[in-house]
Structure formats: C-alpha cells, structure tokens
Write a protein that binds this ligand. Structure first.
Ligand SMILES: CCCN1C[C@@H](O)[C@H](O)[C@@H](C(=O)O)C1
Length: 598
C-alpha cells in the first residue's frame, strides 16, 4: 500500500533503517518464484541498499540487465514489539516489486519512484531471525511509467529500450525502514492555508485507519500557539503568521494526536511552512508576491550511486544551487527521494514536482524526429487504459506524499508527451481532472511541452495553469553557425504564443547545450564552453522581449548518465556542473545573472 508519511520516532512510533548489505541474485529466466527463491536465494552475491547494480559492476551484461532480480535480508524482531503493527517501508523500488516475509507474499507495488509499505505482523516470528525477500523487475513498456520497450539480443538477453534520456537505473535505490506503529494509526494528513487580515487559517484533513477524535497543536519555536480538537477535519487560526518564503523559509511544528477515550494512542509531528501559491493572470504569486523561477531541471544521478539516495549529494547540490543564486528546480522526470523536499523546505527552494510520465511519445526516442513532431498516435494504443490507471495511481501517491511541503509549488503531470493529437488531449483532460481533486492547496498543475508542440499545434496547454516549454533551438535544431537562425525560430515561436493571448505564465523548463568541461574553442563551436555561453546568452536576450516568461530552469543542473548513443559522450553533458558537481564556465555566467535577477 502507498506510504505517505515519512517515518518518525516518538512515544507511539518506532522505526529502524534496514539499509546495508543485502543478498542479490539476477533471475533472467524468471524461475525464482517456482524455484523457491522467495525462501532462499540459490547463489546470491552481496549488494548495497540503497544502491543500483548498474553502477557497481564491471560487466556490460550486468550493467544493462533487464528482467527479474531478487534481494534478500534476514532481520530480528524482539518480542517487546509485540503490541505494535509491523511494516517494512521502501522509499522506492524501481520499477516494480513483490515482497515476501519468511516465504509468504505480503504485498506488491508498481512504480519506481514513490514509497510503499507492507504489513508484516502476521508473517514474522518474534525473538528470532526473519527473512525479507523482494522480487524486483525493471522492464519498460507502454503500460507503465516511465515508458519504453525492450528487445531481445541475439544472445537471448533482454535489453530495455527507454523512451527517455536517462539511464534505466533500477533496484532498491532509496531507504528501507522497519516500522513499529500503533494498531490504530494516522495514515496521512493534508493542509491548506488561507491568509487574510494578518491571520492564517490552517485547515487540516486527517486520514486514519479508524474512527477517532484528534488533537491538533501548532508550535512556534516550541511554544504552543494554537490547538483544536475535532474529528478528521478542522482548522487552526494564528495571528501575525511568520510566513514561509524564499529568503525566510520559516517552519512551524504541527502535532496530530489520535485520541481514544481522551487518551492519545498515536501521534505524528511534522514541520510545516505557512505560505500560499497561486497564479493570477500571467504571474506566479508566492504569498501574493510575483516570483521569477531561476534554476534547473535536475536528475537524481551521481557516479557509483546511479540514482541511489545519498544525503551528501543532496547537501552538495543545494549548496551549489545556493551558490549560483537558483531558487527552483523541477524533479525531472520523477518524484525524488523525500529527503530532497525536506532540505528544500529548510533551505527555501521551490520545487515543481513531476510524476514519472516521461516517454509518452515514441518519436522522442529519435531526437531528429522530435522537431517535426513525427506523431505516432501514442494515445491511440490499446494499452492506454492500463497506462492511465498507473499514471493516476502515481499522481495520487506523489500528491499524498508531498502535499504538505511548502517548497512544492506545482505538480507536473507530464514531460514531453505527444501533445498534438485529439487523443492526447482526451487522455490528459481526464488526468488533470483526476489530479485536481487531490491537493487542497490547489497548487498549479502543468506539464512540459516538447519541441514541435508549438502554439499552432499543441493541444495540452489549455489544461495547464502555466505553460512549460522545453526548447533546443541552437542545439538539436539550428546549432553551431546556424544559431543565428535559432534566435529567430525562438522568437517566432514566442510571438506565436504571445498572439494566443493566453494570459498565463510561461516557464522555460528545459534549454541547454551539451558541453565538455575540457573544451574551449575560438571561435566557439558546439560542445565547447564558449558555445554553451553563447547559447544561453541568445535565450536571455530573447527572454527580455517577452514579459510573460516567468522562469528559466536550465537543462541540466549536472551532467548525468544516459543509455549509450551517438549523441551521448558518457551520458548527457548539458550540465551547468559536471557529474561530480564542479562548475563549468557557464556556472559563473548564471551566478552573475541570477544574483542580479530578483
Ligand atoms: C527533445 C528532447 C527532450 N529533452 C528531455 C530530457 O530528458 C533530455 O535529457 C533533454 C536532452 O536531450 O538533453 C531533452
């Protein structure tokens, strides 16, 4: 089942991390289930969790391994945990998982970038070793997100063929917890804020697994400032609220207590930031002040770690973003580990939270095609109903998990799908209607439009509260000396959008040029640092003419791993920073620009 609450410890709740060395075994012929691997792996090796095998191996067939694979670990449950409900919670398992405890199947989950938990109380033995086994699968299809396909190589091995431009890392890449929770427990709670006359009304909606009363208390720096006792919904009001903002990311503490016969039986506390976010005409307002988004499309990606969570990388990335003067990033192209959002709440960063709906566009797999929008009628496929169900499930899990973060300012429901066909509009009309019911703060909903989905042909922008453009004039189109044409192409397209008079903010969510940090060229050439500077200067010169552009999220924060290809030199090199987080020349240009831009 989905697991929206990040594990915390208090008088009622205990947890311990199950990270470390697990046993691992690939199962290319999918014989494990019949072969009893859910009880005992026949010939396992050691594998670190969190981690991803693809970055650790020296063998190509293991790096690109596609199919079933197993993790297994023994753990001890002392009998003093007897009166608690016990769960195992995965920050994520990519892309799908089936979990066994002492050989018994206890749950499964589809989706590789959101948490889930399985209840294990009825399957464990107290005061002795127990065994968890996870069957993972990393195959791609058009029935799940992110989308892709696979081929069978001449040697019989499966090979994933992503419809997206990042390496198909897989495995248990985020934290794993053993949870000991009260039988009657708080499952989740969502908040909304109304600001008026120097007061903040905080509305709460609590989800629990039983019918109970709740005491909700708000603390400002350990001092109680408001309290309410109610059923699942209610509100608190405080005067002179200290709002959460970019320059002053002020956090309160909210405590939810579940009461039974006036006795507290469960408690969940969280840090919250009181702020409002809304779109008014062509502006994005944070606490009723217009904001201009400066920052990045990112990836969870690092040497040796692949996409595995690591708080040192998270801290380094925020330090680099603070240094450069950024205030925002998009979690391209999937929800990131929860720890990213916790830092953003504390550091004062804005996040566009993106569901893994990437690759819903076969023509994207051939970049040369994408500019002429070689439409494949992706949304006419018979697998689309199955895809929509998974897409909606993951939107719900993302919003349920991230709804309370003040740093999250918008939901991105797609990245560069086919968007110029009636069936694409029909698909996303339902997706947006589904998503809009899930966030009581009604944050803006959007998605990013691929090159070729311009003002004359795109059908999805009417669904979006602000418009996100991924544009590569000067790179995939009209690169090198033709950059002089690229500038006019960019202006022509923006004139086209301007003529639609949408009265909505536009954000550039991707624009960039592959650049080798070792390359200097005079005159500048593509792949040189000088060209990356010229490329961005061209965009910034154009942006000045279009007042409805309210954000520039460059692609990408850092170089990152992709599948191999004739256009990838060890991966995607459009980073402003190298993969090991050192600045390219462009970082100093952006720092100068962003520290002046307010
Ligand atoms: C049209 C290309 C789509 N866009 C998606 C992103 O995931 C890629 O990394 C980026 C690129 O090619 O650098 C372009």
């Amino acid at each position: 089942m989905e697991s929206a609450l990040y594990p915390i410890q208090n008088k009622y709740r205990f947890n311990t991390l199950m990270n470390g060395t697990w046993k691992f075994e690939a199962d290319p012929n999918s014989v494990g289930l019949d072969g009893g691997w859910n009880k005992e792996l026949p010939d396992p090796e050691e594998m670190p969790v969190p981690g991803t095998f693809a970055e650790l191996t020296t063998k190509r067939d293991r790096k690109y391994y596609t199919g079933d694979f197993w993790y297994q670990k023994d753990f001890f449950i002392p009998s003093f945990l007897k009166e608690k409900d016990l769960y195992i919670r995965f920050g994520s398992v990519t892309h799908r998982a089936k979990v066994f405890i002492n050989g018994q199947e206890v749950g499964q989950h589809e989706g590789g970038f959101l948490p889930f938990q399985v209840k294990i109380s009825d399957y464990i033995q107290y005061d002795q070793a127990n065994r968890i086994t996870v069957l993972v699968n990393n195959e791609l299809s058009e029935k799940a997100i992110p989308c892709g396909t696979e081929e069978i190589l001449d040697n019989g091995q499966k090979l994933a063929q992503p419809y997206f431009d990042f390496f198909n890392y897989s495995g248990i890449m985020r934290n794993v917890w053993l949870l000991a929770l009260p039988q009657n427990q708080i499952i989740n709670f969502k908040l909304n804020y109304q600001l008026a006359n120097n007061k903040a009304a905080i509305t709460y909606n609590i989800e629990a697994n039983n019918n109970a009363e709740f005491k909700v208390t708000l603390f400002d720096n350990q001092k109680e400032v408001a309290r309410a006792i109610s059923k699942n919904t209610g509100s608190l009001t405080i005067k002179n609220p200290h709002l959460w903002s970019l320059n002053d990311p002020y956090l309160y503490k909210i405590k939810i207590e579940m009461l039974e016969d006036e006795k507290t039986v469960d408690e969940y506390s969280d840090q919250i930031g009181i702020r409002t976010i809304k779109i008014v005409n062509d502006k994005i307002l944070l606490n009723n002040h217009p904001i201009y988004l400066k920052g990045f499309g990112k990836h969870e990606d690092f040497n040796v770690l692949g996409k595995a969570v690591n708080e040192s990388i998270i801290k380094r990335d925020y330090e680099c973003m603070k240094w450069i003067g950024a205030n925002c990033f998009r979690t391209s192209h999937y929800p990131y580990a929860e720890e990213w959002y916790q830092y953003a709440d504390k550091y004062g960063f804005l996040i566009i939270d993106e569901v893994p709906a990437v690759g819903l566009n076969r023509s994207i797999t051939n970049f040369l095609n994408v500019t002429n929008s070689n439409q494949s009628h992706f949304f006419a496929s018979k697998t689309v109903p199955e895809l929509k169900k998974v897409h909606e499930q993951e939107i719900k899990e993302m919003i349920d998990r991230d709804q309370r973060h003040p740093s999250v300012i918008a939901w991105s429901l797609f990245n560069e799908p086919e968007s110029t066909t009636q069936e694409s509009y029909d698909y996303f009309k339902d997706i947006f209607a589904f998503a809009r019911k899930l966030d009581p703060q009604n944050r803006p909903y959007t998605g990013t439009l691929v090159m070729g989905s311009g003002p004359k042909v795109d059908k999805l922008h009417p669904l979006c509260d602000f418009i996100c453009l991924n544009r590569y004039y000067g790179w995939y189109v009209a690169g090198g000396p033709e950059i002089v044409n690229a500038k006019k192409m960019l202006e022509d397209e923006l004139d086209g959008w301007q003529n639609l008079k949408l009265n909505k903010p536009f954000i550039f969510t991707e624009f960039g040029a592959d650049t080798l940090s070792s390359s200097h060229r005079l005159p500048d050439e593509m792949w040189s640092q000088e060209y990356q500077n010229e490329y961005y200067q061209m965009y910034f010169d154009v942006f000045k003419k279009y007042p409805f552009i309210y954000g520039e999220l460059v692609w990408n924060f850092a170089d990152f791993k992709t599948s191999e290809g004739i256009m990838r030199v060890g991966g995607n090199d459009k980073g402003i920073f190298t993969r090991d987080r050192e600045p390219k020349d462009i970082a100093f240009t952006l720092k100068k620009r962003w520290q002046q831009l307010n």
